[in-house]
Ligand binder design. Structure first.
Ligand code: AMP
Length: 222
């Protein structure tokens, strides 16, 4: 890899952003940066930002740009992000997209690719409602689509502890889909206008989607 890559994964809840970001992280040595994970950590730690974010998150709305940008900037300042980052769940509003452009410009960097994971909305509620992760290593599973090979044991790390997100219930997922269409989907046009947009059909098998993404990332990082 010759230059640091800034990649953005766009897509509604359930599109597979987190799963694919983890795979790209392993394959390309990039760092997954999920604002959802950072916000959940802030909620768990009981920080001021976490307290403010909690109610919005459980209602399926979007946390204020101010809080999200502060959390993102702190994380981007850490040295492991120098190799390049996969932004998973950020930006989600026009204000965040513009702030990201400014932040990168100030560092002499720019966006390598914004990749839209295209999916059917109708399938997303089922995808999100059945999903859970290993509490130890974060590997993702699903009640219908991807159970561990040995029931109750994580394929990756052998842990027997799993967790589900509080906001992965049918009601909140619908609100999250609405937030996506109202505020985040317009960013597809924004990045198209900048000439950095790619689209991937994300309804297929995880490995096929991963191969499509890897082809795009290889082009950007070569
Ligand atoms: P995620 O893990 O990406 O699905 O995010 C979970 C929740 O965190 C979202 O439903 C939002 O409430 C909040 N969140 C995550 N990222 C952002 C963001 N970039 N802007 C605003 N809210 C966010």
């Amino acid at each position: 890899m010759t230059k640091s890559a800034i990649l953005i994964l766009l897509g509604p809840p359930g599109a597979g952003k987190g799963t694919q970001a983890r795979m790209l992280e392993e394959k390309f040595g990039l760092v997954q940066l999920s604002t959802g994970d950072l916000l959940r950590a802030a909620v768990a730690a009981g920080t001021e930002a976490g307290k403010e974010a909690q109610a919005v998150m459980s209602a399926g709305g979007l946390v204020s740009d101010e809080i999200v940008l502060a959390i993102l900037k702190d994380r981007m300042a850490e040295p492991d992000t120098q190799k390049g980052v996969i932004l998973d769940g950020f930006p989600r509003t026009a204000g965040q997209a513009e702030a990201l452009d400014d932040l990168l410009a100030a560092q002499g960097q720019s966006i390598g690719a914004a990749i839209s994971l295209d999916v059917d909305d109708a399938a997303m509620v089922e995808r999100v409602s059945g999903r859970y992760t290993c509490a130890n290593c974060g590997e993702g599973y699903h009640d219908s689509f991807k159970q561990p090979a040995v029931a109750g044991v994580c394929d990756k790390c052998g842990s027997t502890e799993f967790k589900r997100r509080a906001d992965d219930n049918a009601e909140t997922v619908s609100a999250r889909l609405e937030s996506y269409h109202a505020q985040t989907a317009p960013l597809i046009t924004y990045y198209e206008g900048k000439g950095v947009l790619s689209r991937v059909d994300a309804m297929g098998e995880i490995d096929r989607v991963a191969a499509d993404l890897a082809a795009i990332v290889t082009q950007v990082t070569d």
